[in-house]
Structures are given as structure tokens and as C-alpha cells.
Design a protein around this ligand. Sequence first.
Ligand SMILES: [Zn+2]
Length: 344
Amino acid sequence: MNRAEEILEPGRAAAPGAIARAASTAELEELRRQFLGKGGYAARATEAIKDLEPPERATAGRAVSEFKELVERSLEDRAAALEPESGAGGGGLDLTGGGHGVRRGHLHLVTQIQRELEDIFIGLGYRVAEGPEVEDDWHNFEALNIPPAHPARSMQDTLYVRLGEPEQVVLRTHTSPVQIRTMEANEPPIYVVAPGRTYRNETLDARHSPVFHQIECLAVDRGITLADLFGTIETFVKQLFDDESLRTRFRSDFFPYTEPSAELAVSCIFCHGSGCRVCSQSGWIELGGCGMVDPNVFVAVGYDPEEWQGFAFGFGLERIAMIRYGIDEIRTFFDGDIRFLAQY
Ligand SMILES: [Zn+2]
């Protein structure tokens, strides 16, 4: 055994046990200094090599290398064993610390409301109908009794995809074109609801959005009267707000595609009619519009208005959500803030 090996010997004997007993990463660092640092076993043995006879130097050099490897391997093993206790402070991966958790996503509030409404209508015997969001003039306006020069066109700030001849194309301003498409493709009787996205040329503010959602209901059959319309709406809103004491109110209104037409309101779900902030002290909350299908609409789709009658009503999905959850900004539905969406 040469001089360098003699220096290493006690270190080689002590290192594995001392390192294995270390209780923290700080202790491991201290041991690293002791064995491999300045003035440590490896350093002093290396220092001794230059005084050895040349034939002995190679053997001594290998011994120092092996000693360093032994210490490094022991340090690594112990560090790995200590990691769970040391946590993030030790710079290691803490497998026992619990972590941040994975939050499960859910459907957007508007989608939730839409599906809920679909369920109610399906329970009443309706089926769900869908149509394109980019529509031609015929389905969005003309077949709904809104001819080109009709003043009702100015009620809807339309987004035009293609203007003018031969046929203009628009982003649908309401879900009513689905009624036309359904009637064109089917013979009565018809009981459908059409939910979906609609577009108007609005600037986004607290009450308006260029994109919003509607749901519309259409019933066509023999002998349908206003009483059927009112009864259906009453049944529907009681289910929607889960309140049997809810009352409905119909006031005369105008829509080109229904005659007569009415504005639909329900007694305030918060104050039950006595007046509060949500209902602007009126006791009533306006939900949407309704009416009996105009005979001209039936003529447009090839139904005989003498034989068939029908009713239609519709309202905004965001409006329902805003009323139910007391949300006063329509913007919050579309700006994608997870802090808002996660609440519902
Ligand atoms: Zn109220």
C-alpha cells in the first residue's frame, strides 16, 4: 500500500456508513466537503501522488478515482432516499406532498342552460332541431314574413356575409330560420325546439353582445290555439325555475312571423311580485316573445293555413342564466375568464 492509499484508507472505510446515516441534504453537503473537498481525503491523497515513484502513481491515481466514485455514488443514493422528507426546499421532487391537484372542467354555463331547456322540452314531447349559423335571406327573413323593404329588418342589426344579388347571405339573426327549414323538410304535425348561436351587429357592452344564444319552440298541428301557447309556456317556466307559484304575463307585441304576438314575462323569481332590484321594482321579468304562427309563414313553406295552426316562442339563453344567477354583464359569458365560469 503506497502513501496515497494509506491516506484514503480511513475515508474508504468511513464514507459509506457516514453518508448512509446522514439525515439531511445539508449533512450530505458537509460529508461531501469532508471526503472530496479541500483538505479532504481525496485531495490529500492526490497531493501525495506526486511524491510517489512513477510506477506507483498509476495505481494511486486509480485508487483516488475509485474513492471519489464510491463517495459520489453513496451521496447520490442517500440524497435520493432523503428527497421525500426534504420537499421542495431541498430542490427534489416531493412525491408525498400532495401536489396542486387536477381540476375537472365542466360545460359552459350557456351549454348547461341549453341542455336543461332541451330536457324540459323533450319531456313535453318536442324534439331538438338544428340549422346552419350562416343563412340565406329566404330562411332568415323572407320566409318569416320579413320581405326586403320591411321595417322589421331594421330591428335586427344583421351581419352580412354576402350582400345583394343573386342572394344575400347573413349570419343568422335568430334561430327562427330553423323553423322554416324544419317545416320545409317535414309535414305537420311538428313539435320542435331550436337552440343555437345567433349574431347581431352589436358592440359588446354590459347588455349587448354580437354573439348570443336563443332557444325557440315551434308547434304546428290542427286546432292549436292561444290557450295551448299560454299553457305550454306556463308549464315550461314552472319547470325551468322550479317554482309552482310562478305566474306568467302576456302583453301585446309585434313580430312579423306571428299574429297575434305577445311579450312574455314571469313573476319575479326573487321577490314573487313585490318588487326588487332584479325586476326593477316591477315584480315582473321579461323573458322573450311568443305568438301564433303567421299564416304567411305557412304559405311560404307550403302549408295550408286553413288546415294548420301553430305557435312559436323564444328567448335568449344568456338572459335565462342572468336572471337565475343574478349575473348583470352579458360579456362575462364570452370573455372566457375561468374565475367566472368555474362558479357555475
Ligand atoms: Zn323582483
